[in-house]
Write a protein that binds this ligand. Structure first.
Ligand SMILES: *Cc1c(COP(=O)(O)O)cnc(C)c1O
Length: 371
């Protein structure tokens, strides 16, 4: 049987039916109805964040967070603002910056956890820089203390792309409490899903109204439109699925952890295989298992391993590849050199990992890799 890189978690169908019954009765299908509000308050408790706004997807959540924090406007006042970000991410992060008329400035990553290298940020700051948008890659949490220190000294906003970090804590603090805002994605492929969906967590209450209005066409009242908004509302059915899946998070993470630990056990200490080491201060969600293949030492390249697995009907993912600054739409406008991100994107592979992935399947995958 084929094994794919991920498999969406789903609740028991009867549980979902129970959750959607009230929607059939109320006929309130969307526009921040009662199910939305219930899901929102449950999520705030789960993530331990003071403020949260739900969205139709993670991408628009990030795009609108950038706008709600006034970065688009500030950039325009400066005649073209700049945002320091990472090239080792999913294109969504960079597109969200560019679609706000801001220029992405790529900072290299560090090898230890593939997150933005905080020691390389300051050299990239100019008088046009308005924000830093780092990514918690594979659920590895960025060096939030160093980043916040830099942001404070240079009066910059920080928005984290937390698409991979749902439910994690750093020294016991919910990951959504760092920076000015954190985006989460609830896409079907993520550790927690609402089919499509996303959220912005934030601390400053003042962002609540603009976020709420931007996702609903900028509508302030029946006859007042305050901003050029869009449509990114989470509907009641997706909120209902979120309520169901949230109840299953412990089981979901436990299943992932079992597979993750087995990979660790089988692949640690192999010459030419580099795994990122877990840090005691992070409570992980086990969202991805990424392996860096050093061809010189391992004998096979990342692409060789990808093809060998594919022959056996096992579908790993070259994630993230290519690095964003190697893409046609960014490589000509962004000229910063990021050799680590470039190298990692060429040599890293994320292996199948999901709740029901059996330890025997992990063994099969490892046997092929180690053969
Ligand atoms: C999935 C993902 C996004 C986009 O989220 P969607 O909900 O799919 O719009 C953004 N950034 C990263 C790092 C992601 O993995």
């Amino acid at each position: 049987m084929a094994i794919y890189v991920t498999r969406s978690s789903m609740p028991d169908i009867n549980d979902y039916i129970e959750e959607i019954k009230p929607i059939f009765e109320s006929r309130i299908l969307t526009n921040m109805g009662p199910v939305y509000k219930r899901f929102q308050s449950q999520l705030m408790a789960y993530l331990d964040v003071p403020e949260l706004s739900l969205f139709a997807n993670g991408h628009l959540a990030l795009e609108m967070a950038i706008q709600a924090l006034g970065l688009k406007e500030r950039g325009e006042q400066l005649g073209g603002g700049e945002v320091i970000t990472t090239p080792f991410t999913f294109v969504s992060t960079t597109h969200a910056i560019a679609r706000n008329n801001l220029k992405p400035v790529f900072c290299d990553i560090r090898r230890s956890d593939y997150c933005i290298d905080p020691d390389k940020i300051e050299a990239l700051i100019t008088d046009k820089t308005v924000a830093i948008i780092p990514v918690h890659v594979y659920g590895n949490i960025c060096d939030v203390n160093k980043i916040e220190n830099i942001a404070e000294r240079h009066n910059l906003k920080v928005i984290y792309d937390g698409a991979h970090a749902f439910g994690e804590t750093y020294n016991g603090v919910g990951v959504g409490n760092f920076g000015d805002a954190t985006m989460f994605s609830f896409h079907a492929t993520k550790v927690f899903n609402t089919v499509e969906g996303g959220a912005v967590a934030f601390r400053d209450k003042r962002y609540g109204v603009p976020l709420h209005e931007l996702k609903n066409f900028g509508i302030h009242g029946p006859e007042t439109i305050t901003a050029i908004g869009g449509n990114a509302k989470m509907d009641e059915f997706r909120a209902a699925l979120g309520i169901c899946n949230l109840k299953r998070m412990d089981a979901c993470i436990a299943g992932r952890k079992a597979a993750y630990d087995r990979y660790m056990q089988r692949l640690s200490g192999v010459d030419g295989i580099v795994l990122s080491q877990q840090k005691p201060e992070i409570d992980y969600n086990y969202s991805y298992f990424a392996v860096y293949f050093d061809k010189e030492k391992f004998g096979k390249s990342r692409d060789d391993v990808f093809a060998m697995l594919k022959e056996e009907n096992i579908y790993a993912r070259k994630y993230f590849y290519p690095a964003i600054n190697d893409l046609k739409c960014y490589r000509d406008i962004c000229t910063e050199q990021t050799p680590v991100a470039h190298d990692v994107s060429l040599n890293i592979l994320t292996l199948p990992l999901y709740e029901e992935l059996d330890v025997s399947d992990v063994d099969r995958i490892c046997d092929i890799i180690l053969r």
